[in-house]
Design a protein around this ligand. Structure first.
Ligand SMILES: [Zn+2]
Length: 355
């Protein structure tokens, strides 16, 4: 039995969860409890959660999902679980689906305990607790014999500060905005079941059990309930025979189901494989593309570099030429000057000789 519970604060889903735990011997997995326990125990995930909480942040979905996975692999969750408090939005629901599929334990039912808003408000605002013994009352539904006094011990009844109407209305609004999309999500999967949460607790519970027995454990129930009916109308020997036959039939059908399930599983596996392959091919293609892009880019850069180098060389050459020219001109000039000087000297010398 793999169930997730949906229901507003005050819907009574907690009460139903406890009853389910008792009857079907599966644990209630509440993410709030898991978080507290993990932090207290100081597990790796608990430390991550604590770090987030200490920093005033929300604990990430990965951490919560990790805790859920750890919890579901414990032996007492072998035959199922009742998940409570997670998911709170569509992305979380998708992640949870993926995780449970990976664990080979998909959800079977999303159970919504539906209660009208005005009743929720009455239930929540009417809550009173005995200040000395802790007994709970409700001034609308479970009234004490003497107003404001505990039936058991005579202590005074108190209202929790966050049970006032405006706070409660806000909480219900948040719940509504979170849950409405989830209800649609599970409805689309064909997994949503709704129970009328305004009936008596026992009545609600028997509705839930009928549903669970019919949908999740139909074979066990048929096997048990079919026999007494037959016994009432036929002779004892005939009954035994029919019972035997029935049993045979029952075992036959039980055998058949796993086959079907196995087939389904195999199909799913194949689909998963295909998807994985597709992913790989896609990844490869993207990689190739990226590599090509890189190559082209590299080439371009190289070309550019070469061009740059060439231009640089050219510039250098030009500069060299310029310098050479300058040098030449300078040399010429100096030569000319020297020649002139020599000439002048010669002339002077000639003049001296003549004298
Ligand atoms: Zn009391």
């Amino acid at each position: 039995m793999r169930i997730i519970l949906l229901g507003a604060p005050g819907s009574g889903k907690g009460t139903q969860a406890k009853l389910l735990v008792e009857r079907y011997k599966v644990p209630q997995v509440s993410t709030g409890d898991l978080l507290r326990a993990a932090v207290k125990a100081g597990t790796a995930l608990g430390k991550q959660a604590k770090a987030a909480m200490d920093a005033g942040q929300l604990v990430s979905d990965d951490v919560v999902l990790g805790m859920i996975e750890e919890r579901l692999t414990q032996p007492d969750a072998k035959s199922g679980f009742i998940l409570d408090g997670f998911p709170r939005n569509i992305p979380q629901a998708q992640e949870l689906d993926a995780k449970l599929a990976w664990l080979g334990r998909p959800l079977q039912i999303a159970l919504l305990v539906a209660v009208d808003n005005d009743i929720l408000i009455k239930r929540l605002t009417g809550r009173r607790t005995c200040s000395s013994c802790g007994q709970m009352y409700n001034i609308h539904f479970a009234t004490p014999k003497i107003q404001g006094r505990c039936d058991k011990c005579g202590g005074s009844l108190m209202q929790r500060s966050d049970d006032n109407e405006s706070t409660i209305r806000k909480r219900l609004e948040v719940y509504e905005s979170e849950t409405a999309p989830l209800v649609a999500y599970y409805k689309a999967q064909g997994k949503l079941r709704r129970v009328h949460g305004m009936d008596e607790v026992d009545e609600i519970f028997s509705h839930i059990c009928d549903m669970v027995d019919a949908e999740i454990r139909p074979l066990q129930v048929k096997g048990v309930e079919a026999q007494p009916v037959v016994a009432a109308v036929t002779s004892p020997t005939a009954t035994a025979k029919t019972a035997k036959k029935k049993k045979k039939k029952a075992t036959k059908t039980t055998k058949k189901k796993p086959k079907k399930a196995a087939k389904k599983k195999a199909k799913k596996k194949a689909a998963k494989k295909k998807a994985a392959k597709k992913k790989v091919t896609k990844k490869k293609a993207t990689k190739k593309k990226a590599a090509k892009k890189k190559k082209v880019k590299k080439k371009a850069t190289r070309k550019k570099a070469v061009k740059k180098k060439k231009t640089k060389k050219k510039v250098k050459k030009k500069a060299k030429k310029k310098v050479a020219k300058k040098k030449k001109t300078k040399k010429k000039a100096t030569k000319k000057k020297a020649a002139k000087k020599k000439k002048v000297k010669k002339k002077k010398a000639k003049k001296k000789k003549r004298r």
